[in-house]
Design a protein around this ligand. Structure first.
Ligand SMILES: *Cc1c(COP(=O)(O)O)cnc(C)c1O
Length: 454
Protein backbone atom coordinates (compact mmCIF):
# COMPACT_ATOMS: atom_id res chain seq x y z
CA UNK A 1 0.00 0.00 0.00
CA UNK A 2 1.29 3.48 -0.88
CA UNK A 3 2.03 5.52 2.19
CA UNK A 4 -0.30 8.32 1.08
CA UNK A 5 -3.08 5.82 0.51
CA UNK A 6 -2.44 4.16 3.83
CA UNK A 7 -2.92 7.50 5.47
CA UNK A 8 -6.23 8.23 3.79
CA UNK A 9 -7.38 4.75 4.41
CA UNK A 10 -6.62 4.71 8.10
CA UNK A 11 -7.04 8.40 8.80
CA UNK A 12 -4.85 10.31 11.22
CA UNK A 13 -3.38 8.81 14.41
CA UNK A 14 -6.29 10.35 16.27
CA UNK A 15 -8.69 8.71 13.83
CA UNK A 16 -7.51 5.18 14.34
CA UNK A 17 -8.30 5.30 18.04
CA UNK A 18 -9.99 3.31 19.37
CA UNK A 19 -8.62 0.25 17.61
CA UNK A 20 -11.27 -1.77 15.85
CA UNK A 21 -11.75 -5.15 17.46
CA UNK A 22 -11.92 -6.59 13.96
CA UNK A 23 -9.53 -6.04 11.09
CA UNK A 24 -10.46 -3.04 8.96
CA UNK A 25 -11.85 -3.99 5.57
CA UNK A 26 -9.53 -3.43 2.61
CA UNK A 27 -10.12 -0.02 1.04
CA UNK A 28 -7.15 0.37 -1.30
CA UNK A 29 -9.19 0.61 -4.50
CA UNK A 30 -11.76 2.94 -2.97
CA UNK A 31 -8.93 5.08 -1.60
CA UNK A 32 -7.30 5.33 -5.05
CA UNK A 33 -10.62 6.20 -6.68
CA UNK A 34 -11.23 8.82 -4.01
CA UNK A 35 -7.81 10.39 -4.63
CA UNK A 36 -8.72 10.68 -8.30
CA UNK A 37 -12.21 11.97 -7.56
CA UNK A 38 -10.75 14.75 -5.43
CA UNK A 39 -9.12 16.12 -8.57
CA UNK A 40 -12.46 16.30 -10.31
CA UNK A 41 -15.04 17.16 -7.67
CA UNK A 42 -15.06 19.40 -4.61
CA UNK A 43 -14.28 17.08 -1.72
CA UNK A 44 -14.15 14.22 -4.22
CA UNK A 45 -17.93 13.82 -4.26
CA UNK A 46 -21.09 14.98 -5.97
CA UNK A 47 -23.08 15.32 -2.74
CA UNK A 48 -21.36 16.30 0.52
CA UNK A 49 -22.42 13.57 2.98
CA UNK A 50 -20.93 10.92 0.70
CA UNK A 51 -17.45 12.15 1.67
CA UNK A 52 -17.49 10.19 4.97
CA UNK A 53 -16.44 13.33 6.89
CA UNK A 54 -18.26 12.20 10.05
CA UNK A 55 -17.02 8.59 10.10
CA UNK A 56 -13.71 6.72 9.80
CA UNK A 57 -11.83 6.11 6.58
CA UNK A 58 -12.35 7.04 2.96
CA UNK A 59 -15.73 6.73 1.28
CA UNK A 60 -16.41 3.37 -0.29
CA UNK A 61 -16.81 3.42 -4.05
CA UNK A 62 -19.70 1.15 -4.89
CA UNK A 63 -19.51 -1.18 -7.83
CA UNK A 64 -22.88 -2.81 -7.72
CA UNK A 65 -25.93 -3.63 -5.65
CA UNK A 66 -28.32 -6.54 -5.66
CA UNK A 67 -31.21 -7.17 -3.30
CA UNK A 68 -30.13 -5.91 0.13
CA UNK A 69 -26.43 -6.19 -0.77
CA UNK A 70 -23.79 -3.73 -1.92
CA UNK A 71 -20.31 -4.51 -3.25
CA UNK A 72 -17.52 -1.94 -3.23
CA UNK A 73 -14.49 -1.56 -5.49
CA UNK A 74 -12.35 -3.72 -3.16
CA UNK A 75 -14.86 -6.55 -3.34
CA UNK A 76 -16.25 -6.04 0.18
CA UNK A 77 -19.86 -7.12 0.52
CA UNK A 78 -22.33 -5.28 2.76
CA UNK A 79 -25.93 -5.59 3.86
CA UNK A 80 -27.13 -2.11 2.96
CA UNK A 81 -29.37 -0.07 5.27
CA UNK A 82 -28.77 3.24 3.50
CA UNK A 83 -30.64 2.12 0.38
CA UNK A 84 -29.50 5.14 -1.65
CA UNK A 85 -30.90 7.35 1.17
CA UNK A 86 -34.40 5.97 0.88
CA UNK A 87 -35.46 5.39 -2.74
CA UNK A 88 -34.70 1.67 -2.80
CA UNK A 89 -37.63 0.33 -0.79
CA UNK A 90 -37.49 -2.83 -2.96
CA UNK A 91 -33.72 -3.13 -2.59
CA UNK A 92 -31.10 -2.94 -5.32
CA UNK A 93 -31.48 -4.09 -8.88
CA UNK A 94 -35.10 -5.19 -8.50
CA UNK A 95 -35.87 -7.41 -11.52
CA UNK A 96 -39.28 -5.81 -12.22
CA UNK A 97 -37.85 -2.30 -12.21
CA UNK A 98 -34.91 -3.38 -14.35
CA UNK A 99 -37.24 -4.99 -16.88
CA UNK A 100 -39.41 -1.86 -17.07
CA UNK A 101 -36.39 0.41 -17.49
CA UNK A 102 -34.87 -1.75 -20.24
CA UNK A 103 -38.20 -1.84 -22.08
CA UNK A 104 -38.52 1.97 -21.85
CA UNK A 105 -35.00 2.69 -23.04
CA UNK A 106 -35.53 0.56 -26.15
CA UNK A 107 -37.77 3.45 -27.27
CA UNK A 108 -35.37 6.29 -26.59
CA UNK A 109 -34.22 8.19 -23.55
CA UNK A 110 -35.99 11.53 -23.72
CA UNK A 111 -38.39 13.38 -25.98
CA UNK A 112 -39.23 16.64 -24.23
CA UNK A 113 -42.82 15.89 -25.19
CA UNK A 114 -45.64 14.19 -23.27
CA UNK A 115 -45.73 10.39 -23.08
CA UNK A 116 -48.35 7.90 -21.91
CA UNK A 117 -45.95 6.78 -19.17
CA UNK A 118 -46.45 10.08 -17.32
CA UNK A 119 -50.23 9.50 -17.34
CA UNK A 120 -49.70 5.98 -16.12
CA UNK A 121 -47.58 6.94 -13.12
CA UNK A 122 -49.87 9.87 -12.27
CA UNK A 123 -52.93 7.63 -12.43
CA UNK A 124 -51.31 5.02 -10.21
CA UNK A 125 -50.54 7.69 -7.62
CA UNK A 126 -53.72 9.77 -7.77
CA UNK A 127 -56.15 6.84 -7.82
CA UNK A 128 -54.61 5.58 -4.60
CA UNK A 129 -54.14 8.87 -2.78
CA UNK A 130 -57.06 10.82 -1.39
CA UNK A 131 -54.91 13.80 -0.34
CA UNK A 132 -54.04 15.21 -3.77
CA UNK A 133 -55.97 15.62 -7.03
CA UNK A 134 -53.29 16.76 -9.45
CA UNK A 135 -49.54 16.66 -9.53
CA UNK A 136 -46.51 17.79 -11.48
CA UNK A 137 -43.40 15.65 -12.02
CA UNK A 138 -39.95 17.18 -11.58
CA UNK A 139 -36.50 15.60 -11.33
CA UNK A 140 -35.52 15.80 -7.65
CA UNK A 141 -36.82 16.37 -4.14
CA UNK A 142 -35.17 19.78 -4.03
CA UNK A 143 -36.99 20.82 -7.18
CA UNK A 144 -40.32 19.51 -5.86
CA UNK A 145 -40.02 21.52 -2.63
CA UNK A 146 -38.73 24.66 -4.35
CA UNK A 147 -41.72 24.52 -6.72
CA UNK A 148 -44.18 23.86 -3.88
CA UNK A 149 -42.92 26.93 -2.04
CA UNK A 150 -43.30 29.06 -5.18
CA UNK A 151 -46.82 27.70 -5.66
CA UNK A 152 -47.74 28.51 -2.04
CA UNK A 153 -46.39 32.04 -2.45
CA UNK A 154 -48.10 32.54 -5.80
CA UNK A 155 -51.39 31.19 -4.51
CA UNK A 156 -51.49 33.24 -1.29
CA UNK A 157 -49.78 36.35 -2.64
CA UNK A 158 -47.56 36.28 0.47
CA UNK A 159 -43.78 35.89 0.79
CA UNK A 160 -42.89 34.50 4.20
CA UNK A 161 -42.59 30.84 5.02
CA UNK A 162 -42.12 28.98 8.28
CA UNK A 163 -39.82 25.99 8.50
CA UNK A 164 -38.59 23.93 11.44
CA UNK A 165 -35.12 23.50 12.85
CA UNK A 166 -34.15 19.87 12.20
CA UNK A 167 -36.10 19.50 8.96
CA UNK A 168 -34.29 19.27 5.61
CA UNK A 169 -36.05 20.24 2.43
CA UNK A 170 -33.31 20.13 -0.18
CA UNK A 171 -30.91 22.89 -1.11
CA UNK A 172 -33.00 25.68 -2.61
CA UNK A 173 -32.17 29.20 -1.34
CA UNK A 174 -35.32 29.79 0.71
CA UNK A 175 -34.73 26.63 2.70
CA UNK A 176 -31.01 26.85 3.43
CA UNK A 177 -31.87 28.85 6.49
CA UNK A 178 -31.35 27.95 10.13
CA UNK A 179 -32.74 29.33 13.34
CA UNK A 180 -31.34 32.53 14.79
CA UNK A 181 -31.45 33.02 18.55
CA UNK A 182 -34.73 33.68 20.31
CA UNK A 183 -38.19 32.13 20.13
CA UNK A 184 -39.26 33.60 16.82
CA UNK A 185 -36.54 35.14 14.70
CA UNK A 186 -35.69 35.62 11.12
CA UNK A 187 -33.48 32.78 10.12
CA UNK A 188 -29.82 32.99 9.27
CA UNK A 189 -28.57 31.54 6.04
CA UNK A 190 -27.00 28.12 6.53
CA UNK A 191 -24.91 28.33 3.36
CA UNK A 192 -22.70 30.97 1.86
CA UNK A 193 -24.20 32.36 -1.30
CA UNK A 194 -27.76 32.56 0.00
CA UNK A 195 -28.78 36.23 0.01
CA UNK A 196 -29.82 37.65 3.40
CA UNK A 197 -33.12 38.67 1.86
CA UNK A 198 -34.07 35.00 1.49
CA UNK A 199 -33.41 34.40 5.17
CA UNK A 200 -35.64 37.35 5.99
CA UNK A 201 -38.56 35.60 4.39
CA UNK A 202 -37.91 32.28 6.11
CA UNK A 203 -38.86 32.01 9.75
CA UNK A 204 -37.27 29.06 11.50
CA UNK A 205 -38.71 27.69 14.74
CA UNK A 206 -38.24 24.60 16.89
CA UNK A 207 -40.32 21.50 16.28
CA UNK A 208 -42.91 20.48 18.87
CA UNK A 209 -43.31 24.06 20.12
CA UNK A 210 -46.88 25.36 19.82
CA UNK A 211 -46.00 28.58 21.59
CA UNK A 212 -43.32 29.51 19.05
CA UNK A 213 -45.65 28.77 16.17
CA UNK A 214 -48.46 30.86 17.66
CA UNK A 215 -46.02 33.70 18.27
CA UNK A 216 -44.78 33.52 14.66
CA UNK A 217 -48.31 33.78 13.29
CA UNK A 218 -49.03 36.74 15.59
CA UNK A 219 -45.84 38.55 14.74
CA UNK A 220 -46.29 38.08 10.99
CA UNK A 221 -50.07 38.29 10.75
CA UNK A 222 -51.27 37.98 7.17
CA UNK A 223 -47.73 37.49 5.85
CA UNK A 224 -47.19 33.72 6.11
CA UNK A 225 -47.59 31.98 2.75
CA UNK A 226 -46.81 28.49 4.03
CA UNK A 227 -45.61 26.29 6.82
CA UNK A 228 -43.45 23.40 5.63
CA UNK A 229 -42.67 20.30 7.66
CA UNK A 230 -41.29 16.88 6.79
CA UNK A 231 -44.01 14.21 6.96
CA UNK A 232 -41.93 12.78 9.76
CA UNK A 233 -38.66 14.67 10.25
CA UNK A 234 -36.04 12.09 9.23
CA UNK A 235 -33.03 14.05 8.01
CA UNK A 236 -31.61 15.11 11.36
CA UNK A 237 -32.26 12.02 13.38
CA UNK A 238 -35.81 10.67 13.40
CA UNK A 239 -37.84 13.29 15.24
CA UNK A 240 -41.21 11.63 15.77
CA UNK A 241 -43.92 14.26 16.29
CA UNK A 242 -47.19 13.93 18.20
CA UNK A 243 -50.25 13.79 16.00
CA UNK A 244 -51.77 16.54 18.17
CA UNK A 245 -48.93 18.85 17.13
CA UNK A 246 -49.44 18.14 13.42
CA UNK A 247 -53.17 18.69 13.94
CA UNK A 248 -52.30 22.03 15.55
CA UNK A 249 -50.23 22.92 12.47
CA UNK A 250 -53.20 22.12 10.29
CA UNK A 251 -55.52 24.30 12.35
CA UNK A 252 -53.26 27.31 12.72
CA UNK A 253 -52.40 27.39 9.00
CA UNK A 254 -56.07 27.13 8.09
CA UNK A 255 -57.06 29.87 10.53
CA UNK A 256 -54.43 32.17 9.03
CA UNK A 257 -55.06 31.45 5.36
CA UNK A 258 -51.62 29.84 5.02
CA UNK A 259 -50.69 26.75 3.05
CA UNK A 260 -49.55 23.64 4.92
CA UNK A 261 -46.89 21.72 2.99
CA UNK A 262 -45.96 18.18 3.94
CA UNK A 263 -42.52 17.46 2.52
CA UNK A 264 -42.92 13.74 1.98
CA UNK A 265 -39.74 13.20 -0.02
CA UNK A 266 -38.78 10.50 2.52
CA UNK A 267 -42.15 9.55 4.04
CA UNK A 268 -44.11 9.42 0.77
CA UNK A 269 -44.64 5.79 -0.27
CA UNK A 270 -42.58 4.82 2.82
CA UNK A 271 -45.00 5.10 5.76
CA UNK A 272 -47.59 3.63 3.42
CA UNK A 273 -48.67 4.31 -0.14
CA UNK A 274 -50.25 7.59 0.98
CA UNK A 275 -47.36 8.51 3.23
CA UNK A 276 -47.55 10.68 6.34
CA UNK A 277 -50.82 12.35 5.31
CA UNK A 278 -52.58 9.00 5.75
CA UNK A 279 -50.49 8.06 8.77
CA UNK A 280 -51.86 11.09 10.64
CA UNK A 281 -55.00 11.25 8.51
CA UNK A 282 -54.40 14.97 8.13
CA UNK A 283 -54.78 16.65 4.77
CA UNK A 284 -52.07 19.19 4.01
CA UNK A 285 -52.56 21.64 1.13
CA UNK A 286 -49.51 20.62 -0.88
CA UNK A 287 -47.44 17.42 -0.70
CA UNK A 288 -43.96 16.94 -2.15
CA UNK A 289 -42.48 13.59 -3.17
CA UNK A 290 -39.09 12.32 -4.25
CA UNK A 291 -36.82 9.37 -3.50
CA UNK A 292 -39.11 6.27 -3.64
CA UNK A 293 -41.35 7.76 -6.35
CA UNK A 294 -38.68 7.27 -9.03
CA UNK A 295 -37.69 3.69 -8.19
CA UNK A 296 -34.02 4.78 -8.09
CA UNK A 297 -34.23 7.20 -11.01
CA UNK A 298 -34.25 11.00 -10.52
CA UNK A 299 -37.92 11.88 -10.01
CA UNK A 300 -39.71 14.29 -7.72
CA UNK A 301 -43.30 15.52 -7.68
CA UNK A 302 -45.56 17.97 -5.97
CA UNK A 303 -49.31 17.62 -5.73
CA UNK A 304 -52.32 19.41 -4.38
CA UNK A 305 -56.02 20.03 -5.02
CA UNK A 306 -57.01 20.78 -8.61
CA UNK A 307 -57.93 24.28 -7.44
CA UNK A 308 -54.44 25.05 -6.13
CA UNK A 309 -52.62 23.25 -8.98
CA UNK A 310 -54.54 25.45 -11.45
CA UNK A 311 -52.09 28.21 -10.51
CA UNK A 312 -49.15 26.37 -12.11
CA UNK A 313 -48.18 27.33 -15.66
CA UNK A 314 -49.47 26.95 -18.32
CA UNK A 315 -52.88 27.04 -16.52
CA UNK A 316 -51.80 29.74 -14.10
CA UNK A 317 -49.17 32.34 -13.37
CA UNK A 318 -46.73 30.32 -11.23
CA UNK A 319 -43.94 29.31 -13.58
CA UNK A 320 -42.30 25.90 -13.29
CA UNK A 321 -40.75 23.74 -16.01
CA UNK A 322 -38.15 21.04 -16.69
CA UNK A 323 -36.35 19.73 -19.78
CA UNK A 324 -36.22 16.19 -18.39
CA UNK A 325 -39.40 16.34 -16.26
CA UNK A 326 -41.49 13.18 -16.65
CA UNK A 327 -38.54 11.44 -18.33
CA UNK A 328 -39.87 8.18 -19.83
CA UNK A 329 -37.19 5.89 -18.40
CA UNK A 330 -37.62 7.42 -14.94
CA UNK A 331 -41.41 7.16 -15.21
CA UNK A 332 -41.10 3.47 -16.13
CA UNK A 333 -38.97 2.85 -13.03
CA UNK A 334 -41.48 4.71 -10.87
CA UNK A 335 -44.44 2.78 -12.28
CA UNK A 336 -42.69 -0.55 -11.70
CA UNK A 337 -41.76 0.30 -8.12
CA UNK A 338 -45.07 1.87 -7.06
CA UNK A 339 -47.02 -1.02 -8.60
CA UNK A 340 -45.24 -3.36 -6.21
CA UNK A 341 -45.88 -1.08 -3.25
CA UNK A 342 -49.55 -0.85 -4.12
CA UNK A 343 -50.05 -4.59 -3.73
CA UNK A 344 -52.12 -5.69 -0.73
CA UNK A 345 -50.08 -6.35 2.39
CA UNK A 346 -46.81 -4.87 1.11
CA UNK A 347 -46.39 -2.29 3.87
CA UNK A 348 -47.79 -4.50 6.60
CA UNK A 349 -45.16 -7.12 5.92
CA UNK A 350 -42.28 -4.69 5.48
CA UNK A 351 -43.14 -2.66 8.58
CA UNK A 352 -43.54 -5.78 10.69
CA UNK A 353 -40.13 -7.01 9.59
CA UNK A 354 -38.56 -3.65 10.42
CA UNK A 355 -40.23 -3.31 13.81
CA UNK A 356 -39.16 -6.83 14.84
CA UNK A 357 -35.61 -6.04 13.75
CA UNK A 358 -35.64 -2.85 15.82
CA UNK A 359 -37.28 -4.54 18.80
CA UNK A 360 -34.60 -7.15 19.14
CA UNK A 361 -31.81 -4.56 18.98
CA UNK A 362 -33.65 -2.61 21.68
CA UNK A 363 -33.96 -5.71 23.84
CA UNK A 364 -30.24 -6.38 23.53
CA UNK A 365 -29.27 -2.80 24.33
CA UNK A 366 -31.65 -2.64 27.29
CA UNK A 367 -30.44 -5.95 28.70
CA UNK A 368 -26.89 -4.63 28.59
CA UNK A 369 -27.92 -1.22 29.93
CA UNK A 370 -26.42 0.52 26.94
CA UNK A 371 -27.27 4.21 26.55
CA UNK A 372 -28.68 3.84 23.05
CA UNK A 373 -32.19 4.13 21.65
CA UNK A 374 -33.50 2.89 18.33
CA UNK A 375 -36.32 5.11 17.14
CA UNK A 376 -38.56 3.60 14.50
CA UNK A 377 -41.54 4.32 12.31
CA UNK A 378 -42.65 1.99 9.50
CA UNK A 379 -39.39 0.81 7.85
CA UNK A 380 -37.31 3.81 9.00
CA UNK A 381 -35.03 3.49 12.01
CA UNK A 382 -32.54 5.72 13.77
CA UNK A 383 -29.83 4.64 16.18
CA UNK A 384 -29.38 7.40 18.76
CA UNK A 385 -26.83 7.34 21.55
CA UNK A 386 -29.06 8.85 24.19
CA UNK A 387 -31.06 7.83 27.24
CA UNK A 388 -33.96 10.12 26.33
CA UNK A 389 -37.21 8.26 25.72
CA UNK A 390 -38.32 10.83 23.14
CA UNK A 391 -36.41 13.13 20.85
CA UNK A 392 -38.77 15.54 19.15
CA UNK A 393 -36.60 18.57 18.45
CA UNK A 394 -33.18 19.01 16.89
CA UNK A 395 -31.79 20.60 20.07
CA UNK A 396 -32.46 17.35 22.00
CA UNK A 397 -29.66 15.62 20.07
CA UNK A 398 -26.31 15.81 21.83
CA UNK A 399 -23.57 16.45 19.31
CA UNK A 400 -21.05 14.43 21.38
CA UNK A 401 -23.21 11.33 20.91
CA UNK A 402 -21.95 11.29 17.31
CA UNK A 403 -18.52 10.11 18.51
CA UNK A 404 -20.15 6.84 19.46
CA UNK A 405 -21.86 6.58 16.10
CA UNK A 406 -18.50 7.00 14.42
CA UNK A 407 -17.18 3.93 16.22
CA UNK A 408 -20.35 1.98 15.53
CA UNK A 409 -20.17 2.80 11.82
CA UNK A 410 -16.64 1.46 11.48
CA UNK A 411 -17.35 -1.67 13.49
CA UNK A 412 -20.38 -2.34 11.31
CA UNK A 413 -18.48 -1.86 8.06
CA UNK A 414 -15.91 -4.32 9.36
CA UNK A 415 -18.76 -6.77 9.93
CA UNK A 416 -20.35 -6.26 6.51
CA UNK A 417 -23.10 -3.80 7.43
CA UNK A 418 -23.47 -0.49 5.57
CA UNK A 419 -25.23 2.38 7.36
CA UNK A 420 -25.35 6.03 6.27
CA UNK A 421 -22.02 7.76 7.06
CA UNK A 422 -23.44 10.10 9.73
CA UNK A 423 -25.19 9.59 13.05
CA UNK A 424 -27.83 12.12 12.02
CA UNK A 425 -28.95 9.86 9.18
CA UNK A 426 -31.72 7.30 9.47
CA UNK A 427 -31.57 3.73 8.16
CA UNK A 428 -34.07 1.94 5.95
CA UNK A 429 -35.22 -1.66 5.82
CA UNK A 430 -36.25 -2.75 2.31
CA UNK A 431 -38.44 -5.62 1.17
CA UNK A 432 -35.22 -7.24 -0.11
CA UNK A 433 -33.87 -7.65 3.43
CA UNK A 434 -34.64 -11.28 4.20
CA UNK A 435 -34.94 -12.77 7.68
CA UNK A 436 -31.50 -14.36 7.31
CA UNK A 437 -29.76 -11.08 6.49
CA UNK A 438 -31.61 -9.21 9.20
CA UNK A 439 -30.50 -11.88 11.66
CA UNK A 440 -26.87 -11.44 10.50
CA UNK A 441 -27.20 -7.68 10.73
CA UNK A 442 -28.58 -7.91 14.26
CA UNK A 443 -25.66 -10.00 15.41
CA UNK A 444 -23.21 -7.54 13.85
CA UNK A 445 -25.01 -4.66 15.56
CA UNK A 446 -24.90 -6.45 18.95
CA UNK A 447 -21.16 -7.05 18.63
CA UNK A 448 -20.53 -3.51 17.47
CA UNK A 449 -22.53 -2.04 20.35
CA UNK A 450 -20.39 -4.14 22.69
CA UNK A 451 -17.31 -2.46 21.20
CA UNK A 452 -18.86 1.03 21.44
CA UNK A 453 -19.68 0.56 25.12
CA UNK A 454 -16.56 -1.39 26.08
C1 LIG B 1 -33.90 14.07 0.27
C2 LIG B 1 -34.87 15.13 0.68
C3 LIG B 1 -35.05 16.30 -0.07
C4 LIG B 1 -34.19 16.63 -1.27
O1 LIG B 1 -34.33 15.71 -2.28
P1 LIG B 1 -33.17 15.60 -3.41
O2 LIG B 1 -33.71 14.60 -4.37
O3 LIG B 1 -31.95 15.17 -2.69
O4 LIG B 1 -33.03 16.95 -4.00
C5 LIG B 1 -36.05 17.18 0.30
N1 LIG B 1 -36.82 16.93 1.36
C6 LIG B 1 -36.68 15.84 2.11
C7 LIG B 1 -37.59 15.59 3.25
C8 LIG B 1 -35.68 14.90 1.81
O5 LIG B 1 -35.52 13.82 2.58
Amino acid sequence: MLDSIKKIFSGTEEDIKPKSSKADIPREKSALLFEKAKKYFPGGVNSPVRAFKSVYGTPLFIERGDGCFLWDADGNQFIDFCCSWGPLILGHNNPKIKEAVVAALEHGLSFGAPTALENELAELILKNNKYIEKLRFVSSGTEAVMSAIRLARGYTGRDKIIKFEGCYHGHSDSLLVKAGSGLVTFGETSSLGVPKSFAEDTIVIALDDKEALTAAFEQFKGEIAAVIIEGVPANNGLLLQDKAYIQFLREITQANGSILIFDEVITGFRLGFEGAAAYYDIKPDIITYGKIIGGGMPVGAYGSSAEIMMHISPDGGVYQAGTLSGNPVAMAAGIAQLSELNKAGFYKELNKKASEFVASIRRYADAKNYKVKIFNIASIFWIAFTDKENIKAATDIAHESMDKYKILHRELLNRGIYLGPSGYEVGFVSSAHSKIELEKAKRAIFESLDVVFK
